[in-house]
Design a protein around this ligand. Sequence first.
Ligand SMILES: C[S@@+](CC[C@H](N)C(=O)[O-])C[C@H]1O[C@@H](n2cnc3c(N)ncnc32)[C@H](O)[C@@H]1O
Length: 294
Amino acid sequence: MQPEGPAAPKSWTIGSLVKWATDDFRARGIENPRLDAELLVAHALKIDRMRVILDANRPLEGVELATLRDLVKRRRAYEPIAYLRGEREFYGLKFRVDKRVLVPRPDTETLVDAALTRSAHVSMSMRQLDLCTGSGCVAVAMAKQRPTAKVFGSDISPDALVVARDNALRLGAYNVAFVESDLFAAFAGKRFDVITANPPYIASGDIASLMPDVRDHEPRLALDGGDDGLVIVRRIVHDAPSHLAPGGVLAIEIGAGEAPATVALFETGGFADVRVHRDIARIERVVSGVLPVR
Ligand SMILES: C[S@@+](CC[C@H](N)C(=O)[O-])C[C@H]1O[C@@H](n2cnc3c(N)ncnc32)[C@H](O)[C@@H]1O
């Protein structure tokens, strides 16, 4: 298919294309080469992954090969599979994603779980603010789980908000609205029952050593958490008390190893009942706390 790749067969079938792309991706150190190859073929042919396996002997037509050539080329350059397919599942919902937004991660479902658990007592008219909303995955998942709540998603990136609004509309989350804002700047005088955030939390100096999929393709604005990774986290914890109703909950996603410093920020910031929530890999992923009723 590509001159510099493994030897290409004379005529292509689904199976031979999957094998060829798998070998090629593996040689480039791509993590799940076979899965990626199957997902790209399924996407290009608009079939599900099971059909890719069952119809391995089906020959590929010229137009299909051209589409696949383009997709394989992009994956070879480490473009994330989610951008190539244009979607990623999060909390059981299919979100549209492209290079304007971070690809939603399964780890971030821990943030939704923590926010739902800790706000179980809040009235049906719960007001939530999801800072750093990106694709809107957290805001939309919360809005779908709590249809009577009013959810605001905000981001400093107007491009990300275009994607977030499209996701909310397509997924029928009509109780969520998106606002462009540098953290709390657009919410002066407003208070919420729940504030969630998955902010950028990678230390600036660690970005160069990230996987190329992330480092070279996902928005830098979504990754860079400043010198120690906690610059934005610190701003959120500092300003959240003046935007929470008494008894309100703040929940923030953080990187591996950042929990102790974040717990200390919550405690010195006046939060009570501070908890750490682990993700599916048992990594300390979310810190939450309650603004005491005075
Ligand atoms: C790690 S991504 C999270 C996206 C999404 N919530 C998720 O979980 O997939 C962080 C987001 O924070 C936004 N961001 C960065 N700095 C910001 C700031 N000062 N104010 C508001 N949003 C900011 C970025 O544009 C990016 O969309």
